[in-house]
Design a protein around this ligand. Structure first.
Ligand SMILES: Nc1nc2c(ncn2[C@@H]2O[C@H](COP(=O)(O)OP(=O)(O)OP(=O)(O)O)[C@@H](O)[C@H]2O)c(=O)[nH]1
Ligand SMILES: [K+]
Ligand SMILES: [Mg+2]
Length: 363
């Protein structure tokens, strides 16, 4: 039996097993088995499986992958937002490789990747599904493009495809501490009441992975699936913005309904509607900040800001300016929303905000 058959067998068994207290352990083990087989499926089997035309180098400050069914308008969006042209046409699978473009926004260079359309079964190798998904895993944000004139099942189908290969959209990593040990058995603990798993189920799942010695600490009320995510190290957690295109074809009421859904933006690439707002939201999901440097007695350098991730400290800023700056660092003066006073004297651990100005004073 091939892996795909095994997967479909287990999926069928999960589907026909009633969910209740008595089957809880059985289901947990089945899910762990399923996760294992799917992980095997992801391992590159044939040489060169990654595929010509998909190994695009990362460049710029962040990477965004355009994922969607065929002909939803992905290439049209790339050609509209960047100076790169990507062929668009009314037939499906116009795009067959990964086409990179650059969106310049707020001084940042954002790499936008146009990709072939994916379809149901993509994760199992249909179309160019596996290559597309491999690229999606390397992105900082997924732009899932949807056709606003079509039913919302397309979104669920795509989410399922990505979910089945370990991509988690708009989800936090489960707060479970997990460490495999050399001996001592399974040490299981929690810092809160657990309603979805118990020690026995956790043990059974770990045994399915042939893990007999480990430290497991639940810091929140997680499910068996979330535990499996933590054990399977190949999970990625990505912010995802759902972009509903072709709103020129639907009623205002429908546009209004879709626009109110969480993580969603409505646009028309052909009519260039709402693309500014799309970029604004994308910026928010990328969680980038701009930090401006200033030399003593001179105005800040607003033309050449540093592009960094939200949550960076002064120490990160020093590294971004010069490799050895943190070593000769005495203190910094910061102007902006991260401080109580402007300027304020801060140390290396101070967390920077968007549009802060910094002046580093050396020893
Ligand atoms: N009505 C309407 N049509 C659009 C819009 N954006 C794109 N299209 C049309 O949709 C069709 C498909 O566009 P593409 O950009 O090729 O779509 P794609 O997602 O790149 O398709 P594949 O590469 O085949 O996966 C083309 O005929 C476009 O002109 C839009 O905003 N409104
Ligand atoms: K197309
Ligand atoms: Mg295309």
């Amino acid at each position: 039996m091939g892996i795909l058959d095994k997967i479909s067998e287990i999926e069928k068994e999960i589907a026909r097993t009633q969910k209740n207290k008595a089957t809880e352990y059985h289901l947990g083990v089945l899910k762990a088995k399923l996760a294992k087989y799917r992980a095997q499926l992801l391992e590159p089997s044939k040489k060169g499986e990654k595929g010509e035309g998909f190994d695009v180098l990362k460049s710029g400050d962040a990477r965004v992958a355009l994922i969607g069914f065929p002909s939803v308008g992905k290439s049209t969006l790339l050609s509209t937002l960047t100076s790169t042209h990507s062929e668009a046409a009314s037939y499906e699978f116009t795009t067959l490789t990964c086409i990179p473009g650059v969106v310049e926004y707020k001084g940042a260079n954002i790499q936008l990747l146009d990709l072939p359309g994916i379809i149901e079964g993509a994760s199992q190798g249909k179309g160019r599904g596996r290559q597309v998904i491999a690229v999606a895993r390397t992105a900082d944000v997924v732009l899932m493009m949807l056709d606003a004139t079509k039913q919302d099942v397309q979104r669920l189908l795509l989410e399922k495809e990505l979910e089945s290969v370990g991509i988690r959209l708009n989800k936090q990593k489960p707060n479970i501490y997990f460490k495999v040990k050399k001996g001592g058995g399974i040490a299981f603990n929690s810092t809160c009441p657990l309603t979805r798993v118990d020690e026995k189920l956790v043990q059974m799942i770990l045994h399915e992975y042939k893990i007999f010695n480990a430290e497991v600490l639940f810091r929140e009320d997680c499910t068996a699936d979330e535990l499996i995510d933590v054990i399977s190290a190949n999970r990625v957690y990505l912010p995802c913005l759902y972009v509903y295109n072709k709103i020129d074809q639907i009623s205002m009421e429908e546009v209004d309904r879709i626009a109110r859904q969480p993580h969603s933006v409505v646009v028309s690439c052909n009519m260039k509607l709402n693309l500014d707002y799309l970029l604004e939201r994308l910026w928010e999901y990328l969680a980038l900040i701009r930090v401006y440097t200033k030399k003593p007695g001179q105005p800040p350098d607003f033309d050449d800001g540093l592009i960094l991730r939200k949550g960076v400290t002064v120490e990160h800023v020093c590294h971004a300016i010069h490799r050895s700056l943190a070593e000769t660092f005495k203190y910094a003066l910061v102007w902006g929303t991260s401080t109580k006073y402007s300027p304020q004297r801060v140390g290396l651990q101070h967390i920077m905000h968007d549009e802060d100005v910094i002046q580093v004073i050396k020893k």
